[in-house]
Structure formats: C-alpha cells, structure tokens
Write a protein that binds this ligand. Structure first.
Ligand code: GLU
Length: 420
C-alpha cells in the first residue's frame, strides 16, 4: 500500500506510467520507445546567491531537456520550495507531449530552482535568476531550448534571463525566452494565454457534453495566473465561479464570487483569503463543491484516490500540470467525469510562447486579436483531434491526448532515424 502511494506521489513515475499506457495503445515498438521515453539531458546546477544580509546561500537548480525531436526544447522555469529533479523531469516530459498535441514545432523542457521566492527580496530574486541563467547557459538558446514562466516566475524574471543571456553573447537576443514584458519582445496575450486556452477547452467540452456554460457553476483551485484568467473568462461568459483558492486558503459563495473584485483583492492583499462576501472553507470542501466545472490550477497531485470520489463536477479542466493522479483518473473515469487533460487544457500558454518566439525571430509583432484568434484555432483543433481519438478508440481523454502527442513524437523520431 505504502509503495503504491509513493509511486503515485512521484510526478515522474506518473509521467512514465502515462507514457507506457499511450505507447501500448499505439502499439509502439521497443526501439522507438527507447528513443523517446526518457529525458535527453538533465542538468543539475548549484546557484550561490548573495542575500541582502551579505550571507551567501546555495540553491539547487535544474534544467531538463526531455525531447528535441520535433524542435528546440521548450518549457517554463519553476521557483518553488518543493522543486525536485523528478518533478522537473516529469514537467519536461509533459511539455514534449503538450507541444506535440497542439502541433507546434517544439520539443519539451523544464527548469526549476528549489527556493521560497515569496520570502526573497526583489534583489535576491534577480541575483538568483541571473546566476541560474549563467549556470544553464550551455543548454539554452533560441534554437536550442527556450525557457518561459511557470509557477512563481514572472515576466520580470524572464527579462532578467533575456538580459543575462544577451550580455554574455554581446547583443540582444529576445528569442531565448518567452513570457517577456511586451517592450522586450513579449507577445500581446501571452500573460493570459494559459487561462484563455483553458477556457476554450471548457467551451468545447460543454458543447460536446450538451452542458450550457451560461448558468453553470465553476470552482477554481489555485487563483494564480492560469486560474484567475480562466475564472475571469468563465465569469464574463455567464458562468458562476462559486469557489476559489490559493496556497493560503479557500473562499466560497454559492451565488458566485465577484471575480473582477476578487482579482483586485488578491492583487492588493496577495491572497483570496478574507475576501468580503465569501465564506471560508477547507481545501477538501472546495474540491467537493457541487458544481459543473472544476479547474485544478495549482500543483501536482491535488486530486488523488483519496478524494476523487468526493468530486461532484461533471468536467475537470486541468489548468495545472499533473493535478490528477492515475489512481484518481480511474475513479473519475468510473464515475463518468469528463477530464480535459493538462497537456491539452493548459497548452494555450506554450502556444502563445510559440507565437512570441515566431514574432521575435521575425522582428514583426501581431495585434492582440490576431494572437487570440490564432490561439482559439490551435486549441479547438487540438481539442477536436483528441476528442476524435477518444471516440474512435474508446479511450479516456488523457489517454487520447497522450496517444496524439506520443504518436507525433514517435513519427518524427522514426523519420529522423538514429544518429550516428
Ligand atoms: N509553464 C507553462 C507550461 O507548463 C508554459 C511553458 C512555455 O510557455 O514554454 O506549459
């Protein structure tokens, strides 16, 4: 029993398990599996930082390139106290299948530093980011590996990465990182892209299931960049967001939270906790709220075998990476819950990162409407492709998405062949 739990808690084991399921369903031969399953490169770096007190503290950092079969490695950088090498390997692996699902010409990568960014000053964060960038310099570059924001990393942090990289090369290179501020070659719409993509996949799901978005109730676990934007779009399109949470607590209003006000409140106080006109509830109660749409938008392993049977939503939209464990998947499937898997649901972020990279490479920038309409097209196409695999092969949405992603990487790998 204990062993099973440990395996499920390890995100990398989860990623490998889901790969095997897809590879089996596709009947992939062992040679191709051997070439695409594991990360191509794993870099572990020491990041010494001079703190404001004058003391030097060492942080542990990582950059993993899971795949460069379909293009340069692509994926965010996470600053979080729970970052481990296995977590970064899992996140990098998911990026590979994610980029393939939305059919953008990238492989998968991810980076991270084990740290508590909320307890650091801006100066400390800048020094840590710059030293980390210099440590991973041999791996990154606009044609090699392109970082981006992830949990607790911001456009400002991307600007420091761009600057550090550019200073070592001697000229400005904006395409080395995405999610930058607009004035440094960032793309309009990138900040909202993950949440917007989540929203598009929810709209598509409601259409397939015959659920009216108007009047439906949503719960957003994790009111960060992805969660708050998804909540805002749901709210603006006449759904009621009845519950929301962040790392400090959960709020509930059965008539619907005032989302624009909640966004302002979070901006001012740093948390949703204490929002006037809402009731405080526990994280367990939040996940079990009566609603049509549940959006886990925080971290891995939120919905597990222990709490999956309490979920009452009809649709789960995985705005986070890996929020539902394989054991929970089985429970939810049995109960007929429709899951929009992470590598499809939250792919809007990396899709607009791709648009940003294209704009940087061409030095030609698009207007917001152009970004949104292209994003909508990419997300809706990917949704249809995944849904069609689900129907044709009678599999669940996660397996369908993994079959699409893994299948595309396998095709590219077969055509490229083995070097030398
Ligand atoms: N961190 C985001 C993700 O998990 C975005 C990655 C990117 O834009 O490269 O998809």
């Amino acid at each position: 029993m204990l062993a099973t739990l440990t395996v499920q808690d390890n995100a990398y084991e989860v990623a490998l398990e889901n790969f095997d399921l897809a590879a089996n369903a596709l009947d992939l031969d062992d040679s191709v599996r051997a070439m695409i399953k594991y990360p191509e490169r794993v870099l572990e770096v020491s990041v010494p930082v001079r703190m404001d007190t004058g003391k030097i503290v060492r942080y542990q950092g990582y950059r993993v390139q899971h795949s460069t079969k379909r293009g340069p490695a692509k994926g965010g950088i996470r600053f979080h106290p729970n970052v481990t090498v296995d977590e970064v390997k899992a996140l990098a692996t998911w990026m590979t299948w994610k980029c393939a699902v939305v059919n953008i010409p990238f492989g998968g990568g991810k980076g991270g530093i084990t740290c508590s960014p909320k307890e650091m000053s801006l100066g400390e964060l800048e020094r840590m980011t710059r030293r980390y960038t210099s440590a991973i310099l041999p791996l990154i570059g606009p044609q090699q590996d392109i970082p981006a924001p992830d949990v607790y990393t911001t456009p400002q942090i991307m600007a420091w990465i761009m600057d550090t990289y550019s200073m070592t090369k001697g000229y400005p290179i904006s395409g080395v990182v995405t999610g930058k501020p607009i004035c440094l070659g960032g793309s309009l719409g990138r900040n909202e892209a993950t949440g917007r993509g989540v929203y598009y996949t929810i709209v598509s799901s409601c259409e397939k299931l015959g659920i009216s978005l108007k009047g439906s109730r949503a719960v957003v676990q994790g009111f960060g960049n992805a969660g708050s934007v998804a909540a805002h779009l749901l709210d603006s399109n006449q759904a009621y967001v009845v519950g929301a949470s962040d790392s400090r607590g959960c709020v509930y209003n059965k008539l619907g939270l005032d989302i624009p006000k909640l966004m302002m409140f979070k901006e001012q106080t740093g948390t949703v906790v204490g929002f006037p006109g809402a009731e405080a509830i526990s994280p367990a109660e939040l996940l079990a709220l009566d609603c049509e749409i549940l959006v886990p938008a925080a971290l891995e392993n939120t919905i597990t075998a222990e709490n999956a049977h309490r979920v009452r939503a009809k649709i789960i939209a995985e705005a986070a990476n890996g929020p539902v464990t394989p054991a929970a998947d089985r429970v939810l499937n049995e109960r007929g819950v429709f899951l929009i898997p992470d590598i499809l649901c939250n792919a809007g972020g990396v899709t607009v990162s791709y648009f940003e990279w294209v704009q940087d490479e061409q030095h030609l920038f698009w207007d917001a409407q152009d970004v949104y309409s292209r994003l909508e097209r990419v997300m809706k196409t990917a949704f249809e492709e995944v849904y069609n695999i689900r129907q044709e092969h009678k599999v669940d949405m996660r397996l369908a998405a993994n079959m699409l992603g893994v299948g595309r990487v396998a095709d590219a790998t077969r055509l490229r062949g083995l070097y030398p």
